[in-house]
Structures are given as structure tokens and as C-alpha cells.
Design a protein around this ligand. Structure first.
Ligand SMILES: Cc1cc2nc3c(=O)[nH]c(=O)nc-3n(C[C@H](O)[C@H](O)[C@H](O)COP(=O)(O)OP(=O)(O)OC[C@H]3O[C@@H](n4cnc5c(N)ncnc54)[C@H](O)[C@@H]3O)c2cc1C
Length: 561
């Protein structure tokens, strides 16, 4: 008789719990017969609400949805989703003249021109009044003009431009719950009252309020910030990140679209007095929130600031306050329990990374699936991998604060000067004063590779405002005509793209089946813009400049971005 796991119990029915169920079910059923795979059972308290936020994603999500056999039509209809082409950072930095900078961190990056990164040319020569993102990708323009992520009639999941989704968190969990239970996941609506451990310290069973004893072989703790099993029962220490990140509270409000026909296809992150606000436009409403530091604002002060920012949209509303536990458990997998989602840790939502981390956590767990022996080698490699993922995200979030240059509130000064940064980032920031980020600078990147760092450095215009003085004189020599031809071609193509791309609302209506003359196509031929873990990244194409005939004929259209 083999010793394979026969059952996996998930506790928690928020995004983490249901994503865990979905990804496990998808992975197991793809490769194994029902009798050989563990049953999945999800226990969810009917009395404890989910966190109810977490509505912006990154480009892994379309791939996960597709892999799970969910159509984009169903997904968009059921979650009121919209497209997200990137994050627009507003007012995080001031330019050399003291004016506010707004820039987009897009799901795209500059290409290689004659063997060199577009970023190097941009830093050397600039591009008139267009910033770096606007010079290498259409995402900022598409977002500003409330355009969609692909043309009408292009097949589902087709990534003409890199995209992710905005979605309604509560509806998303509801959709996943329906999909999973249809596919055989057992759903128990009951509350875990206590957790029993055996002599080795493994979780042996859970006591449920109504159903009584529930035996456990392997349990996934998705109970949110309370960490019912990983922290409370198993006592795994929580590593607090408050030395690195200032924000520990958030408040949220859902508002109506000021103009329902205009749906921006980017998430906005706008710096306020003691933190930043998010603006996530869905099909039918806009999710907003203020992430702030309790050391710099009381809840009342933060609410005043937030409501003022919302203007008429927030009139008479009372925002919901959400305390945030920032950091991670020392190890996500302890004994026979793995913590996924907020129970495992949370780094503030500036780059919408939490759902991305959930996806990796579950996928990596299925790759390290133990038997009932719960092999320590699998556990320790998994934990090492998860901790590296936290390091990756922590570094990148810290970057935004450390390279801010606002002085109008003590918060921004403290965020820049009082907060610690990880040694890895400190070393890179020393280096990048002399050259731009390069491939080998970032040891581990599921999402934030060196090009994303280039985008933030150039987006914040740090090389014009005191960081890396004289860097342009140090850069290796590059030929101006290469850049000149590129930008000229890119401009022509951008004009063409903007002409042909539909507005976002129309595209969403088409996908949802609400257009009188539908163009919707179902064939899925998705090329993910971000490689999945374990997959070799797409080889970088070294591309020569398109000539004018190619530009005019449109033959080089897509490759430009
Ligand atoms: C302010 C804020 C903004 C965010 N924005 C983003 C974003 O833009 N993008 C992103 O990717 N992520 C974001 N996140 C993170 C994201 O919201 C979470 O990662 C995601 O919702 C997963 O939450 P969860 O399922 O771990 O926890 P929860 O949603 O809190 O769910 C916990 C579940 O556990 C159950 N439970 C608890 N105790 C028991 C018990 N005793 N018995 C049975 N069941 C129990 C509850 O009923 C609930 O179902 C944000 C988070 C915050 C705080």
C-alpha cells in the first residue's frame, strides 16, 4: 500500500482558500486518475467575513484562469472584471522643476536595440516630452484613453499587449467556489473551534462547531490575518516587516464610475500625505482605498484625507478600516500545515502581488507534494523558495519608498530615511548610480526582473533629481540614429494602435456578450508575457531597427512593443 496523501483540508474560503482549491484541483486532475489523487475539502466559516479587498492582479492570472478551463467570457461576466495594463504611479516623485510625476509601470518592457536595452538609449537621449514607458510601450496611452487590451474579435486570452485583470474579490471567490464544488471539491460551511496536535506536533484533527471532529492528513491554512493554525496552533513566529515598510492600515470604499463609459485600463496608485491610494476600475464600479501609516495619521485624520481625495464620490461615506499585519511567517510550511494567503504573510498591496504569491505558493506546493510522511526535505526546499519570493517582493516595494523625493510630509521623509532596506537592494542601489539595472543584478524574479527596476528608476526620473549624478557621461557610447529611428517608428505605430484599439467598455461588453453586433471570438492562443516558475523565459529577440517600408506596411507593428 502506498503512503500517498488521501485528503487535503483547506481552512478558509477567501481568495486564498478557493485559489488553492482551484489550482490543486486543476493540477491533480490534469495528470492523475481520481483514485490516485488526494480529495480536496474546504472548510469555511459562515460567520467570519473575508478581507473583501484584493482586486488588482498581475499577468499570471489570465494564464491561471485559462489553465483551469474557465473561459474569459464567464470570468468577466461573473467577476465584473476589467483589463489592467499596468500601474499608474501618481505624485510619488517630483521632477527636477518640482512638478509632480505620473508614470505607468506597464506589463511590458523596452526591447533590445542593436544589442542594448532601450532604457540605455532613453537615459542617454530622452524622447522629447514622452517618458520612458511612453517611449517603449503603448500601455500608458491606452490606459489614459480608456482603451482595451486587445482588438474586438481577437481571441480570448490573446495577449496582444501584456495584461492582467481587475476583479471583484467577493464575486471572484464565489465563482471559484462554484467551479471547484462542481469539480468535486467538498465544501464544508462550518467554523474551526480548535486545532488538535498529535505527539509529533502535526495537526491531527480540527474541531468544527457543528460537524465535530474533522481528521487531517495535510492542512492548508487560509484563515487570513488571524493565522489560526500556522500561528495560533503551531506557534510559528511572525517576522514583522515594520522596520522596512511604514504602512500598517488601510481603509476602503467602493464608488461609482464618475463616467460609466470611461474605464481606465490601469490601476492608479496616488501618493497622499501618509501613504497612497488605490483606484481599481471594474466593469460596474470602482474599488478605492488608502494605505497609510498609523504612526503618522490617526484613522480619523486618514479618513479626512482620503475623503477629500475622493471628492464628490466619497461624500457622506464611511470608509471601512482594515488593520494590516505586514511581514511573513518564518516558514510557511510547518509540520503538516502550509499557510497560503494572508495567514502566510502580506507585503503591502502597492504592486498587487498577494494573489500572485498565492498562485506560486500553491503551484510550488503541488510540485513538492509530500506523502503522509511529510518529508522534511520537500518542506525545507518549499520554505526556502517561498522566502525568496517574499524577498523579491519586499525589495521591489522598498524601492518605491527609498527613491521617493517628496518632502511635504514627515511621512515621506521617514519612509525614505528611517525605513531599513534589505542588503540586496542596498547593494543594487549603490550600483545603479553608475549604470542601469542589468539581468544578473536580480537573483530571483518571478515578476520583478531588472527591466521592471529600469522602468521605476526612469519613471521616477531619479537620474535627473540627484541620484547617480553624472551617469549620462558614464554610460557606454550609443549611437543616436538607432534611437532616433526607433522612436520615429514607434510613434507611427502608436498612432496606428490607438486608432484600431476599441474603447475598454466596448471590449468588455463584447466579451460579456452584451454587444448587438458581437465580434467576440473564443479561440484561445495565449502567449503569457511573464514566464511561469520553472519555465525558461522567452529568449530575448535581438531586433534590428525596422525600416520605413516595414513601418508603413505595418509588418513591424507588434514587435515594437
Ligand atoms: C488593503 C488591502 C488591499 C489589497 N489589495 C490587493 C491587490 O490589489 N491585489 C492582490 O493581489 N492582493 C491584494 N490584497 C491581498 C488580498 O486581499 C489577499 O491576499 C486575498 O484576499 C487573500 O486573502 P485570504 O483568503 O488569505 O484571507 P481572507 O479573505 O481574510 O479569508 C479568510 C477566510 O478564512 C475563514 N476563516 C477564518 N477563521 C476561520 C475559522 N475559525 N474556521 C473556518 N474558517 C475560518 C474566513 O471565513 C474566510 O473565508 C490586499 C489586501 C489588503 C489588506
Amino acid at each position: 500500500m502506498n503512503n500517498r496523501l488521501r485528503k487535503i483540508t483547506i481552512v478558509g474560503g477567501g481568495t486564498a482558500g478557493w485559489m488553492t482549491a482551484l489550482i490543486m484541483e486543476t493540477e491533480f486532475s490534469r495528470t492523475s486518475a481520481p483514485k490516485d489523487r488526494p480529495r480536496i475539502c474546504l472548510i469555511e466559516s459562515p460567520n467570519i467575513a473575508t478581507v473583501g479587498v484584493g482586486e488588482a492582479t498581475v499577468p499570471h492570472m489570465p494564464r491561471t484562469i485559462r489553465k483551469a478551463g474557465i473561459t474569459e467570457r464567464d470570468f468577466f461576466r461573473e467577476t465584473n472584471a476589467s483589463f489592467k495594463l499596468g500601474v499608474k504611479f501618481c505624485n510619488w516623485n517630483k521632477d527636477a522643476r518640482g512638478n509632480r510625476i505620473d508614470y505607468v509601470n506597464p506589463f511590458a518592457h523596452g526591447q533590445i536595440l542593436e544589442g542594448l536595452e532601450a532604457a540605455e538609449y532613453f537615459l542617454r537621449f530622452g524622447n522629447g516630452d514622452r517618458d520612458f514607458t511612453q517611449s517603449v510601450a503603448p500601455h500608458d496611452d491606452l490606459g489614459r484613453l480608456c482603451k482595451g487590451a486587445r482588438e474586438l474579435g481577437q481571441p480570448e486570452f490573446e495577449q496582444r499587449f501584456g495584461y492582467a485583470y481587475h476583479l471583484d474579490a467577493v464575486k471572484f471567490a464565489g465563482m471559484l467556489s462554484r467551479v471547484c464544488t462542481r469539480r468535486g471539491v467538498e465544501h464544508i460551511q462550518d467554523e474551526v473551534q480548535s486545532v488538535e496536535l498529535d505527539e509529533q506536533g502535526n495537526v491531527s484533527h480540527l474541531m468544527l462547531e457543528r460537524k465535530g471532529r474533522h481528521d487531517v492528513e495535510m492542512v492548508v491554512d487560509c484563515t487570513g490575518f488571524r493565522g489560526l493554525i500556522i500561528n495560533q496552533a503551531l506557534g510559528e513566529p511572525f517576522l514583522d516587516y515594520s522596520d522596512y515598510l511604514p504602512n500598517d492600515r488601510a481603509m476602503a470604499l467602493q464608488i461609482e464610475h464618475p463616467d460609466p463609459e470611461k474605464i481606465e485600463s490601469v490601476t492608479r496608485s496616488t501618493a497622499l500625505g501618509a501613504g497612497w491610494t488605490w483606484r481599481v476600475p471594474l466593469y460596474n464600479r470602482v474599488g478605492t482605498g488608502y494605505v497609510y501609516s498609523s504612526a503618522h495619521r490617526t484613522d480619523d485624520q486618514a479618513a479626512d484625507e482620503y475623503l477629500e481625495w475622493l471628492g464628490d464620490s466619497g461624500k457622506g461615506a464611511t470608509p471601512r478600516v482594515i488593520p494590516m499585519r505586514i511581514g511573513r511567517v518564518r516558514n510557511a510550511w510547518v509540520k503538516n500545515c502550509v499557510a497560503v494567503g494572508l495567514s502566510g504573510g502580506f507585503i503591502e498591496p502597492l504592486e498587487s502581488t498577494a494573489i500572485h504569491m498565492i498562485e506560486h505558493a500553491v503551484r510550488w506546493f503541488t510540485e513538492h507534494l509530500p506523502t503522509r510522511e511529510i518529508e522534511p526535505a520537500l518542506r525545507s526546499r518549499y520554505n526556502r523558495q517561498m522566502n525568496r519570493l517574499y524577498d523579491e517582493v519586499l525589495d521591489f516595494i522598498c524601492l518605491h519608498y527609498r527613491l521617493g523625493n517628496r518632502t511635504d510630509d514627515q511621512y515621506w521623509i521617514d519612509a525614505r530615511t528611517e525605513m531599513k532596506i534589505p542588503d540586496r537592494l542596498a547593494e543594487n542601489l549603490e550600483l545603479w548610480q553608475y549604470r542601469l539595472p542589468m539581468d544578473h543584478d536580480i537573483g530571483f524574479a518571478t515578476l520583478f526582473d531588472f527591466r521592471v527596476y529600469q522602468t521605476v528608476l526612469l519613471g521616477k526620473q531619479v537620474y535627473d533629481t540627484g541620484y547617480g549624478p553624472g551617469i549620462r557621461d558614464r554610460l557606454r557610447p550609443v549611437k543616436k540614429p538607432i534611437w532616433f529611428h526607433y522612436t520615429k517608428g514607434a510613434k507611427a505605430h502608436l498612432a496606428q494602435i490607438l486608432k484600431t484599439m476599441p474603447d475598454h467598455k466596448t471590449l468588455l461588453r463584447d466579451i460579456r456578450g452584451e454587444l448587438e453586433q458581437p465580434a467576440y471570438a473564443r479561440v484561445a492562443a495565449m502567449k503569457p508575457t511573464v514566464p511561469m516558475p520553472g519555465e525558461a523565459p522567452e529568449p530575448v529577440k535581438i531586433q534590428n531597427m525596422p525600416n520605413h517600408a516595414e513601418i508603413r506596411s505595418g509588418a513591424k507593428d507588434l514587435q515594437l512593443f
